[in-house]
Structure formats: C-alpha cells, structure tokens
Write a protein that binds this ligand. Structure first.
Ligand code: PLP
Length: 393
C-alpha cells in the first residue's frame, strides 16, 4: 500500500482529512495542533472563511486562461502586492507557481541585468553557506548545503557560497568584475532559523549598491508577514533590488512571485520568461484574500507580539535539553540536545494515544522549527507550548 510514490519524503505515520484554524484532524478523528502551517504556507490556518470563499467563487467563475490574455484577478492581486512592497521600492512583479521558480526568475533577472549593462562574464551569483533556495538544478546550485548536492551534478555554473555573518568574506566574494547578484534569505529557514545580523545585511546592501550587484532577498519562507513585517527586509531597513516570495503568499494554493525595484523592474522583455500556470486566476484570487489580511499593520503587529510571547515562554522553561532559541516573529528555531526526529514523531503518537497531538517541524538534525499560522490565539500558543515542553522534557 502507498507504494506508488517515488521515495522522496520521510512521511510521518498520519493522514489528515480536515482542518479548521490551527487544528488538523486525521482519518481516525484525532486532533492535532498545527505549529507547521504546511511549512509556512497555511499562514491564515485551515479553512479560513474569506480564503475558502475567494477560491470557491473564483473556481466557479474562471480557473485558468493562459498568459496569452489579461486576467483581472491577477491584476488585482499584483497591484495589491506591489502596494504592500512599495515602501521597499518594489515596482513590478512576475508571477510563478513555487519558490524554486521564483528564484529561477530572480537569477535570470540578475544575469540579464548584468549582461545588458556590462557584457558577458559578469554572471556570478553569490549565496550563503547554509542557504536553501530550491530543488531545481539551478536553485540547488544556489543552495549552500552539500547534503542537497550529492548525486545531481553537474550543476549550473556561476554560483559561489560565502559564510553568513562574515563581511570580509562577502567583500571578497562580491567581485564586481564577475558578479551579477547576491541572493540571501534574511532569515535562513531550512537550515535552522538563522536571522542575519543587521550589520551583515547593511554591509551586504551597501557593497551591492556600490558595485551595481543586484541585492536579491529570498523571502519565500520569511516573507508575507511571517517575521511581523510584510517583508523581513523591513526589519533590517533594507531596500532590495529583487524579492522572491512563495509559500504563504496564497495561503495554500501554489504560487510564486519575483518582485523588482527600479534597477531591475524593466529587465525582462517580451519572450524572456514565462510560466503556463503563473498568475492564473485561482491562485491570484487566493493571494488577494491573503493580502487583504496580512498587509494590515495591526495584524502584522500581532504576529510580532505572538512570536515574542513564544520566545519568552521558551526562555522561561530553563530546560537543560534546549541549547539555543532563535526567532523573528512566528519563525522559531530551537536547538536541542539530541535528535529532532523523535520529537516530531512523539507529537503525533500523543494524539494516537488519545490526547491532542502537536505538529512541529525540524530544520537540520537537531533543531526544532515552529511556523504556526498567524491566526493562532494566545490560548492555542500556550496549549502548544505546554505539549512541546512535555515532548522535550
Ligand atoms: C521553500 C523554500 C524555497 C523553495 O520553494 P518551493 O516552493 O519548494 O520550490 C526556496 N527558498 C526558501 C527560502 C524556501 O524556504
């Protein structure tokens, strides 16, 4: 049974059939508190009524037409998205379907920007060690983690990794003779929730500006409100040249977006880039429903407040098994003394023993990662943390 899928995932032994808010229900009727939000995707939780309605209404009207034509859902969504990022200088957007595709688009923009202005040879894209940028061959090439590279070479040429936090190393890596772009997660997600320091982000933005290298923020996990600001770059006072978004942007419907500011907004010309599904009305309608909520300043403040509440609670535990806690908004990493995998499993077996279960993520072998939906209540935070304390104690 179940042997029809390629063996790409270590799935936990549970099948979910329903969700409401921060709760998921499995095929046995057991309940689980969801601190994963589908890996930062279901940012408004499960079954959020305005999102459900937007998707249902749009599906009934029009699901897809192709980019041969205009569509008003995509236009409304794109206008709202650009408005949400206008203070960070964003002017234009290309819509795709996933994070990897968004980063592919960003790399193409950096390469063409540089090629048009400086000619061939200035095509390097610098990324960080420990970064995660996707699973296509080029975004794997951009990903600074050996464990993803095994067996898949040869990779796309022109990527170079530099250690996070090391400004001198970055200065050397950003060789203006050969470098087109710098791609950075303001908060590294998959490798363990590592926020960049303000000094590093500022230095990187300055070096890129001085050398006419595009500063590209991969906000696929940390964007769309996750850190308490619509873009995590806002927390650093950085105006990037390019931003990529995906995961939470349509609340669970596949989507990706590449945004560009003044330097790069006009780089792509007709025929340079495209996507069959990109900007389809269904994803756009879902995205608009998400933006209507997550761009509100008081809603974003609540995300920051809830994140701080989680971090403060974790710090008050004084558990010997917890080595380090890092967070920005509702993106929390907890390094533990021991393997993360058994903690994830224990959160599920609890439910199967008749109590409420807890769903959490790992990020690397010894780091727990919490990415709860933004709509989580203080009571649900306390309940989830109480479960987590017992799982790690
Ligand atoms: C998830 C993620 C990606 C890849 O997104 P997919 O939709 O899985 O292709 C890229 N960058 C970051 C920072 C991510 O968290």
């Amino acid at each position: 049974m179940g042997d029809v899928f390629m063996h790409t995932y270590h799935r936990l032994p549970v099948t979910f059939t329903q969700g409401q808010g921060v709760w998921l229900v499995d095929d046995q009727g057991k309940r689980y508190l969801d601190f994963t939000a589908g890996i930062a995707v279901n940012c408004l939780g499960h079954g959020y009524p305005p999102l459900v309605k937007a998707v249902a209404d749009q599906a009934a009207k029009l699901i897809h037409t192709s980019n041969y034509y205009h569509n008003s859902a995509a236009l409304a969504f794109a206008e709202k998205l650009i408005a949400a990022c206008a203070a960070q200088g964003m002017q234009k957007v290309f819509l795709a379907n996933s994070g990897a595709e968004a980063n592919e688009g960003a790399c193409k923009i950096a390469r063409k920007y540089s090629f048009k202005k400086y000619g061939a040879g200035r095509h390097r894209i610098v990324t960080l060690k420990g970064s995660f940028h996707g699973r296509t061959i080029t975004t794997l090439s951009a990903t600074g983690q050996e464990r993803f590279h095994k067996d898949f070479g040869p990779f796309t040429e022109g990527f170079r990794f530099t250690p996070p936090g090391d400004i001198d190393a970055l200065d050397r890596a950003l060789d203006p003779e050969v470098t087109a772009g710098f791609l950075v997660e303001p908060v590294q997600g998959e490798s363990g929730v590592f926020p960049q320091t303000a000094a590093y982000m500022e230095a990187a933005a300055r070096l890129c500006a001085e050398r006419d290298i595009l500063f590209m923020a991969d906000e696929i996990q940390c964007g769309v409100g996750r850190t308490g600001a619509f873009l995590a770059c806002e927390n650093y006072g950085i105006r990037p040249d390019v931003v990529t978004l995906a995961k939470g942007l349509a609340g669970g419907i596949p989507i990706g977006a590449v945004l560009a500011g003044e330097k790069a907004a006009e780089v792509f010309a007709a025929g340079d880039h495209g996507s069959t599904f990109g900007g389809n009305p269904l994803a756009a309608a879902a995205g608009l429903a998400v933006l209507e909520v997550v761009t509100k300043p008081d809603f974003l403040q609540e995300i920051a407040r809830k994140g701080a509440r989680i971090e403060a609670a974790l710090r008050s535990w004084n558990q010997s098994k917890i080595r380090e806690i890092r967070s920005q908004g509702l993106m929390v990493g907890i390094d533990i003394d021991g393997d993360a995998a058994p903690v994830l499993e224990a959160g599920i077996t609890r439910a199967q023993n008749g109590e409420a279960g807890l769903l959490i993520l790992s990020a690397g072998p010894r780091t727990l990662r919490l990415l709860p939906p933004y709509v989580i209540s203080d009571g649900e935070i306390d309940q989830g943390l109480d479960l987590l304390r017992r799982l790690t104690g």
